[in-house]
Design a protein around this ligand. Structure first.
Ligand SMILES: Nc1ncnc2c1ncn2[C@@H]1O[C@H](COP(=O)(O)OP(=O)(O)OP(=O)(O)O)[C@@H](O)[C@H]1O
Ligand SMILES: O=C(O)C1=C[C@@H](O)[C@@H](O)[C@H](O)C1
Ligand SMILES: [Mg+2]
Length: 235
């Protein structure tokens, strides 16, 4: 049975960025041996923080980081937006699956997946070689983040009319309705609303990437314990 050696750290209310960094380091050291080199796949809507949090996690776990959208772009030789325009979404989805298939043979990687990777069951077969984590961010926060950087690189957000925030919010809410069941297949879920409640914040935008990474590791720990309990019949 998995026995995490270090005492369990509660995220609680952090006093300083230094506390957060220390808790993150301790938690990563506690969990890393039990991952057995398995990759971590971050899934979630556009703008949910897969790249931001993925880089933090890869650093503390001494894993490599990669982004499946970037792998497709390198393979095809142009941007995701251009791929959609020139060859269509179906072509992009095939390439995305191909990249996830290649990644499924690798170890010690944190993978930031494309926002729509969860919709194809075959992609889950590949991601099940590792541990998947859903970054569940409220729609309003996603729309705020995306409006701040623009929708030019996000082909699925192009068609709406209105200001950048309203456009993003309308389209994201339709996409989330279609996809929320698929995101929920992930082995672990990181809810920004739950972190905010735990830390006593009213707005999820106050949560730092470090605090989100800590929660991700705690949720992964929960999954590992559950998995271990199932394998050995004890919890
Ligand atoms: N915890 C956070 N607090 C505030 N802003 C954040 C946070 N995490 C990410 N961001 C910002 O939100 C935007 C989207 O983040 P990021 O690129 O990490 O998301 P993503 O899920 O990888 O998106 P994409 O769909 O582009 O792959 C970026 O501008 C980033 O700086
Ligand atoms: O949510 C989606 O379907 C997408 C998200 C991006 O990461 C890219 O993979 C692409 O723009 C499609
Ligand atoms: Mg990204």
């Amino acid at each position: 049975m998995i026995n995490f050696a270090a005492p369990r750290l509660q995220s609680g209310s952090f006093n300083s960025p230094f506390d957060e960094a220390l808790i993150l380091k301790n938690k990563s050291q506690e969990i890393e041996p039990f991952l057995s080199g398995r990759c971590i796949y971050l899934v979630g809507m556009m703008g949910s923080g897969k790249t931001t949090i993925g880089k933090v996690l890869s650093q503390v776990l001494s894993y490599n980081f990669c982004d499946s959208d970037s792998l497709v772009e390198e393979d095809v030789g142009t941007s995701v937006a251009e791929i959609f325009k020139l060859y269509g979404e179906g072509f992009f989805r095939e390439k995305e699956t191909e990249m996830l298939r290649r990644l499924s043979r690798m170890h010690r990687m944190v993978v930031s997946t494309g926002g729509g990777a969860v919709i194809r069951p075959v992609n889950w077969r590949h991601m099940q070689q590792g541990i998947s984590v859903w970054l569940d961010v409220p729609l309003e926060a996603l729309a705020r983040r995306i409006a701040a950087v623009g929708t030019h690189s996000r082909p699925l957000l192009h068609d709406e009319s209105g200001d950048a925030y309203t456009k993003a919010l309308t389209r994201l809410s339709n996409l989330l309705e279609e996809r929320s069941e698929s995101y929920a297949y992930a082995n672990a879920r990181v809810s920004l609303e739950e972190i905010a409640a735990k830390l006593g914040y009213r707005d999820v935008s106050h949560i730092s990437p470090t605090a989100i990474a800590i929660e991700a590791l705690e949720q992964i720990e929960g999954f590992l314990k559950e998995e271990d309990g199932m394998a050995f019949g004890t919890l």
